[in-house]
Design a protein around this ligand. Structure first.
Ligand SMILES: NC(=O)c1ccc[n+]([C@@H]2O[C@H](COP(=O)([O-])OP(=O)(O)OC[C@H]3O[C@@H](n4cnc5c(N)ncnc54)[C@H](OP(=O)(O)O)[C@@H]3O)[C@@H](O)[C@H]2O)c1
Length: 355
């Protein structure tokens, strides 16, 4: 039952935890790595997270290169993969459209092509905004015929990272349908640290928020009391990904990985502030006003906030019934999200360079 897997983005935050889980379950994993010389360090990290480093191997490649930059021996090595997990992405604010498209759209299509051509199941990481159809329509995405969407306009409205994630999703869906190939998409909410250890990478958006709070840069809560930043703990997310990847009933499905018990943003900030020993801001600042303020040159740097990050703070509530059913069926227990939030703050506070 220890089927082979191919993983892109394995060195990233979600990737590291996925590798720990896959190898703990005995799956041999081949990674797509831009810098395969970093494999020994990644093996060590995966072992620290409870996985088995010796089950990892790597092929050199790049999502932005034609055919993923894989040579013939590398293609041969990944041919046996039962599942291709696509987690690799340029995940940052302020990307150029060209850069975001090359890695996040063309790269995702190349991964889809590879999975389809060798009959592997594809498990792709999307993003929870793809489950907010009103939001997608507001952005001008044609949900009936996504190929009619003016993507340049979507990128202008929402920024290159999120625009490219949305475009990649619809184009991969279309490509896999054309090829009659097996696809499952997991849409993570903003990812919180491990529910017990709190492990998180400093580059993650939630770590940025915690850093701003610790340094006194967060003086007001964006939005109102109805606003929230939906979260999911990284350990539960990867459990869900693994369950979905090997469950034939999940082919063709989209799974929303979002903990609906996440407190509103004010509640999250209060939990974090309690751990960090700082005062939580009490005032709210309307998102529309914050957007305007962030247009003032120098202010994003001063407030350490990029306007693109505000789109994830919203008042929409999501239907997670299908996710709850999948979790029940695979006996996955949702960790306590409040404890995961606090563990994340404790983890970052214990690493002074990270906060
Ligand atoms: N974290 C969240 O809150 C969140 C929420 C929703 C969706 N997601 C999605 O989940 C996925 C994983 O996110 P993450 O937080 O784990 O991201 P991350 O920590 O930023 O990791 C990104 C990964 O992508 C790889 N990568 C970047 N450019 C590449 C390229 N040109 N070729 C090959 N690999 C490349 C990086 O490898 P290097 O080591 O070479 O840099 C790294 O392994 C992404 O698709 C992201 O959009 C994340």
């Amino acid at each position: 039952m220890n089927q082979e897997c191919f993983v892109t983005g394995g060195s990233g935050f979600i990737g590291q935890h996925l590798l720990a889980l896959l190898t703990r379950k005995g799956h041999p994993v081949t990674l797509l790595m831009r810098a395969p010389q970093r494999l020994p360090a990644l093996r060590e990290q995966v072992e620290q997270l409870g996985g088995r480093g010796e089950l990892l191997s790597a092929v050199a490649g790049d999502l932005a290169s034609p055919g993923l930059g894989l040579d013939a021996p590398a293609r041969e090595r990944v041919r046996q993969a039962a599942v291709v997990f696509h987690l690799g992405a340029q995940f940052a604010w302020g990307l150029s459209v060209e850069q975001a498209r090359a890695v996040n759209v063309e790269g995702a299509l190349a991964v889809a092509e590879l999975a389809a051509s060798q009959g592997s199941r594809l498990l792709m990481a999307g993003g929870f905004m793809l489950a907010n159809h009103q939001h997608l329509q507001r952005l001008g995405i044609d949900l009936q015929t996504p190929s009619r969407t003016d993507w340049d306009q979507v990128y202008r409205r929402i920024g290159a990272y999120e625009g490219s994630k949305l475009e990649a999703h619809f184009r991969v869906l279309a490509r896999m349908a054309e090829r009659a190939a097996a696809l499952t998409v997991v849409h993570p909410a903003t990812v919180c640290g491990h529910s017990r250890s709190g492990h998180i990478l400093a580059t993650q958006p939630l770590a940025g928020l915690i850093g701003n709070l610790a340094d006194g840069v967060l003086s007001a809560i964006p939005g109102s009391a109805a606003h929230w930043l939906p979260l999911v703990s990284v350990d539960f997310l990867v459990e869900l990904m693994l369950a979905a990847a090997f469950d034939s009933e999940q082919v063709g499905r989209e799974i929303l990985a979002l903990d609906e018990r996440t407190p509103n943003l004010q509640g999250v900030v209060q939990l974090l502030a309690g751990v960090l020993g700082v005062a939580a801001p009490r005032r709210h600042v309307p998102i529309a006003l914050l957007r305007l303020l962030l247009k003032i040159p120098g202010l994003p740097k001063l407030l350490r906030t990029e306007v693109e990050s505000l789109d994830f703070i919203q008042s929409t509530r999501f239907d997670t019934a299908a996710t709850q059913a999948l979790a029940r069926q695979h006996q996955l227990l949702w960790p306590d999200i409040a404890q995961a939030i606090q563990a994340t703050a404790r983890y970052l506070a214990s690493k002074p360079s990270a906060v």
